[in-house]
Design a binder for this molecule. Structure first.
Ligand code: ATP
Ligand code: MG
Length: 288
């Protein structure tokens, strides 16, 4: 299978020194959802931001390559890189409010993308925006186009962002905790929607989450990250089986619902998550 995204030996470090991500390799194949999972602070967001070229000022890539359809994104001229973003590589952010401009109507934010990246006329773009909102199952799509982000619920805003992400038919979507900010029931619907859209459009997705239960629901492949390093990698069935590495098992323990129906998706309370991670670390230390 052909890799759309091929990250090799990626190192991300603080400019003042200190590793955040060490020698991480992973590839996302065409049409596949690749889960990137690990504890809080493991480096998941740094990897996602390295792909999107939006690392914080204090942080830099200090090694490796990020292959995207034959190019190394790290070597690409800024102009070419910007042309890829939104068009070929799109983002579904964690917080639907920060992903949208509060001062502009949904129609303007959606048609910008279609006009700018695809050169559509105002009329064409509006018709396509309407079609896209219907595709992400927004009722009264025509009315929603004329609303401002604060007039929509969190779930609706996330649907709009998903519509925008898919609008230019990118080959890769990076989704960083796209459902963490949502209520549990809405979370489930949004996960299903992402998976449906991804299948329909054949898009490769790098899906960042701290929740193995979510990974089990939406991903084909998974990379388990622990303190900036890959602990385990492979097909979802393989990893979820009893052969998993101790750290992965501890993460599974933190999400005991991974093998239950989609209705059972709940975020793990932070204190339990922390306790399990501490247990996993003790286990790792005792079993080097
Ligand atoms: N802006 C920043 N400047 C410097 N260091 C940062 C910055 N943001 C994050 N870090 C550090 O980088 C490391 C990895 O953080 P990252 O945000 O990638 O974790 P994560 O796996 O996404 O965690 P979470 O599940 O909490 O989102 C952490 O040690 C964190 O403290
Ligand atoms: Mg993060």
């Amino acid at each position: 299978m052909s890799a759309i995204l091929d990250i090799r030996d990626l190192r991300v470090t603080l400019r003042r020194g200190g590793h955040l991500v060490r020698d991480v390799s992973l590839s996302v194949n065409a049409g596949e959802v690749h889960g990137l999972v690990g504890e809080s602070g493991a480096g998941k967001t740094m990897i996602a931001r390295a792909v999107l070229g939006i690392l914080p000022d204090a942080v830099k890539v200090s090694g490796g390559k990020i292959g995207f359809r034959g190019d190394d994104l790290l070597q690409l001229a800024p102009k070419r890189f910007r042309a890829l973003l939104g068009r070929e590589i799109a983002l579904i952010p964690q917080d639907p409010l920060t992903g949208l401009n509060p001062a502009r109507r949904i129609s303007a934010q959606m048609t910008d993308m279609l006009r700018h990246h695809l050169g559509q006329s105002r009329q064409e773009a509006r018709a396509n925006a309407l079609r896209l909102l219907q595709e992400v199952q927004i009722r009264d799509a025509g009315q929603v186009l004329d609303r401002y982000p604060h007039e929509l619920s969190g779930g609706m805003r996330q649907r709009v962002l998903i519509a925008i992400a898919f609008s230019a038919e990118p080959s890769l979507i990076v989704a960083d905790e796209p459902t963490t900010a949502l209520d549990v029931t809405v979370q489930k619907q949004i996960l299903r929607l992402i998976r449906q859209m991804q299948e329909r459009h054949g898009t490769a997705v790098l899906f960042v989450t701290h929740d193995l239960g979510v990974v089990a629901k939406v991903c084909h492949q998974v990379t388990v990250l622990h303190t900036g390093q890959v602990v385990e990698q492979g097909g979802i069935a393989e990893i979820m089986s009893t052969g998993a590495a101790p750290f992965t098992r501890a993460l599974m323990g933190a999400t005991p619902r991974y093998d239950q129906p989609a209705d059972a998706l709940h975020p793990v309370p932070a204190h339990i998550h922390r306790e399990l991670l501490a247990a996993a670390r003790r286990f790792d230390e005792a079993n080097p």
